[in-house]
Design a protein around this ligand. Structure first.
Ligand SMILES: Cc1cc2nc3c(=O)[nH]c(=O)nc-3n(C[C@H](O)[C@H](O)[C@H](O)COP(=O)(O)OP(=O)(O)OC[C@H]3O[C@@H](n4cnc5c(N)ncnc54)[C@H](O)[C@@H]3O)c2cc1C
Length: 442
């Protein structure tokens, strides 16, 4: 018998783990472990998406997904023993917790790793001197040159699936549900449909991807996070197209691989500054800092694009990439709060919250990360709004108090601030100087 332990690969198509497990011709048991170490710190939207994707996977397997609850170190060997499986097939996990977990489980059973959640697995792309890259552009050149495998030809029909009802001595649980849901459609079929629909529009991606008012990005991040689609499948489709949009999209997939690689090289960077000299930068704390943080979380800063972004996050559990950068810069450089405070809030609320992309997206914006935007480059939330939401539609969509403002005047409020909309909580010009002075003091 073979065991496939699903983790961040909740699909049956393009699943090399399944090819490996089915190779011997033995029947296969599909297993998912509800692990409190991962579930407890997960925000509701992520749990909801995970549970709905598990439901979809279970359906694809005609109800044959075994779901158990507990510490994988105990339950995975128990399940393997119950079906007399020699090998436990997994897709490699490169995150700090996942690596340590797999090391522990691997001491008790034979873990066979095939593939990873990335196009190119972390640790593969190295400089000529064998050192990992720290800067995106040379990494991306090497990444393109390295290339990736084609999609694996797998489906539910690739194996004979064991019915979990026939497995004795293992306590199964029902797939839970979660109240704090997002609208993101979950599961492999939804991922595939969404991707195909987006491919029809990808030629416009390069021109429009920075425009939150157009809402024209793919929203595939949550599917990539939970592996309801693999980037390899997407890259294969993109490879058939010859347009700027497809190249630009490929570059974003590369950013995802890059940050996966950086976190693999430096697991400490999930919690600490990637560039150590920033440990000494002055950051604010105390009651007033907490009040400012609260206003930021609620989208009540009095800066329209920042408030629109935070309200989109709180409502949709997702935020446009450009706006993620703007609100992150505002938290770090206008409010002088530590990046990890904002990153934690994002991880609680984002449906696509991913340790590598989130912590490094934050560190990039804060200036403490890899080829970071320099600390002295401070985003002006008003000009950023005018430039990237030139119609003003994005702000009006998310900030009802500003719906009476026309065009891009919604960012400057030059004709006055409507009643009921917050006064700016800080003076951007002044805070910019404070941020730069603190940087220079390092
Ligand atoms: C402060 C901050 C926090 C972020 N937190 C996360 C996070 O928790 N999870 C997450 O998946 N992405 C995160 N990102 C990256 C990016 O914002 C999202 O991947 C993107 O907005 C998701 O929407 P989309 O799928 O429509 O993106 P698209 O524009 O359609 O991009 C396609 C895919 O490329 C990848 N991608 C795009 N931009 C980036 C990037 N800068 N870094 C890494 N991968 C990228 C994503 O997988 C995305 O789905 C963060 C960025 C910033 C600045």
């Amino acid at each position: 018998m073979s065991l496939v332990w699903f983790r961040r690969d909740l699909r049956l198509g393009d699943l090399p783990t399944l090819t490996a497990a089915a190779e011997s011709g033995d029947p296969v048991l599909g297993l998912f472990v509800l692990d409190d170490r991962l579930l407890k710190p997960s925000g509701g939207p992520r749990k909801d998406f995970l549970f709905r994707s598990l439901e979809a996977l279970n359906e694809q397997l005609d109800g044959r997904l075994m779901v158990v609850h507990g510490d994988p170190e105990t339950v995975v060997p128990k399940v393997a023993k119950a079906i007399d499986a020699e090998d436990v097939h997994i897709s490699a996990d490169y995150g700090p917790y996942g690596r340590e977990r797999d090391r522990r489980v691997g001491e008790k059973v034979t873990l066979v790793e095939t593939g990873s959640p990335y196009a190119v697995a972390p640790g593969r792309i190295l400089k000529n001197d064998g050192e990992p890259y720290k800067v995106f552009t040379p990494y991306s050149r090497q990444w393109l040159e390295h290339g990736w495998r084609g999609p694996a030809d797998t489906s539910a029909a690739s194996a004979t699936w064991i019915d979990p009802d026939e497995v004795k001595g293992v306590r199964r649980v029902k797939i839970p549900s979660e109240k704090e849901a997002s609208d993101a459609a979950a599961g492999e079929a939804a991922a595939s449909k969404q991707w195909k629909e987006f491919l029809d529009e990808v030629s416009a991606y390069d021109d429009e991807r920075n425009r939150p008012d157009l809402d024209s990005t793919s929203r595939m991040s949550v599917h990539l996070k939970y592996g309801t689609i693999h980037p390899r499948t997407m890259l294969a489709d993109l490879g058939k197209l010859r347009n700027e949009g497809a190249s630009s999209y490929r570059r974003q997939i590369c950013w995802r691989d890059f940050y996966g690689d950086i976190l693999f090289q430096r697991p400490d960077s999930a919690r600490e500054n990637y560039v150590k000299k920033f440990d000494k930068i002055e950051i604010d704390s105390g009651k007033h800092a907490d009040e400012l943080f609260e206003a930021w979380c609620k989208g009540e800063t009095g800066f329209p694009i920042v408030d629109a972004g935070m309200r989109q996050l709180n409502s949709e559990k997702w935020m446009h990439n450009r706006v993620r950068m703007i609100v992150a810069s505002f938290l770090v450089k206008d409010l002088h709060l530590p990046w990890w405070r904002g990153a934690r809030y994002f991880m609680q609320h984002l449906v696509d919250g991913d340790l590598a992309s989130n912590q490094h997206g934050w560190q990039w914006t804060a200036g403490t990360g890899t080829d970071a935007s320099p600390y002295f480059r401070v985003f002006n939330p008003i000009t950023q709004g005018e430039k990237f939401d030139p119609t003003g539609d994005y702000v009006r969509r998310w900030v009802p108090e500003l719906r009476g403002e026309e065009g891009k005047a919604v960012h400057t409020l030059k004709f006055g601030r409507p009643k009921g909309y917050a006064e700016p909580i800080v003076d951007h010009k002044h805070e910019r100087e404070v941020a730069i002075a603190r940087f220079k003091a390092l």
